[in-house]
Write a new protein. Structure first.
Length: 209
C-alpha cells in the first residue's frame, strides 16, 4: 500500500472514530490561540484552559495584554510552568501584533514565524484553525503516531515529520487529521502503550500488520 493510500485509509478510520475534530485549547480569537499554544509547551491543555480563562478575563484584547507587565503576566501563567519565559514571549508577541499588524494576527507562515515565541507548530495551528489553510501540526502525538502507523520514517524531528506528511495528506483534511491524532493519542495510541486490540486503524496500521 502506498503512503498516500495509507493516509486516506487512516483519515477515514479516524474520522469515523472521532467525528468532531477541534482544537482542545479554549479560545475566541487568533491572538488568544497564539497565547494558549505558547502556554501549552510542557503543559496539559486542560491546565492551560484554566489559566487562560483568568488571563483573558483580565486582559480581553491583544492590546490590553501588550500593555500588561511581564511580571503581571507571569503571576497568572506560572501554573503552566516556565512562567517567566512564556510571559516574556507572550508580552513581546502581543506588542508586535499590536504595533505592526494593528492587532490582527498575520495569516502567512513567514510572518507568523517572525513573531516572538512562535514556531511552526503554533503557526500551523493558526493557519489551519483560524484561516482554514492547509496545515500540519507536528506535535508529540502526531510525531509518535504517524511514525508508528508508517506515514513517516520514524523521525522525531517536527519539521521533517511535517514535510513528510505534507507529501501524503490531502491538503483539505490535513489539519483535522492532526486534531484527531491528539484524541487518538490520548485514548488509544498512547505514549506508554499502543492499544492495538481496540484501535480502529489496526487493520492497516503498519505497526499492527
Amino acid at each position: 500500500m502506498k503512503k498516500t493510500e495509507l493516509a486516506i485509509g487512516l483519515i477515514e478510520r479516524l474520522e469515523g472514530a472521532y467525528p468532531i475534530a477541534i482544537c482542545s485549547l479554549d479560545y475566541d480569537s487568533a491572538w488568544q490561540l497564539l497565547v494558549s499554544v505558547r502556554l501549552s509547551a510542557q503543559c496539559t491543555d486542560a491546565r492551560v484552559n484554566i489559566v487562560t480563562k483568568e488571563l483573558f478575563e483580565k486582559y480581553p484584547s491583544a492590546k490590553a495584554l501588550s500593555e500588561a507587565s511581564v511580571e503581571e503576566i507571569t503571576d497568572i501563567v506560572r501554573p503552566c510552568g516556565l512562567g517567566p519565559s512564556k510571559a516574556r514571549d507572550i508580552h513581546a508577541c502581543m506588542n508586535v501584533i499590536v504595533s505592526e499588524y494593528n492587532g490582527k494576527v498575520p495569516d502567512t507562515m513567514e510572518a507568523l514565524l517572525k513573531l516572538p515565541g512562535v514556531g511552526r507548530k503554533s503557526a500551523n495551528l493558526i493557519l489551519g484553525d483560524i484561516y482554514g489553510k492547509p496545515a500540519v501540526v507536528a506535535d508529540t502525538h502526531c510525531i509518535r503516531i504517524t511514525g508508528r502507523m508508517g506515514l513517516t520514517d520514524g523521525t522525531k524531528d517536527p519539521v521533517k515529520v511535517e514535510m513528510q506528511l505534507r507529501k501524503v495528506l490531502p491538503e483539505d483534511r490535513s489539519n483535522d487529521f492532526c486534531h484527531r491524532l491528539v484524541l487518538h493519542g490520548r485514548e488509544i495510541c498512547t505514549a506508554r502503550k499502543a492499544k492495538c486490540d481496540i484501535c480502529p486503524c489496526a487493520d492497516i496500521c503498519r505497526k499492527k500488520i
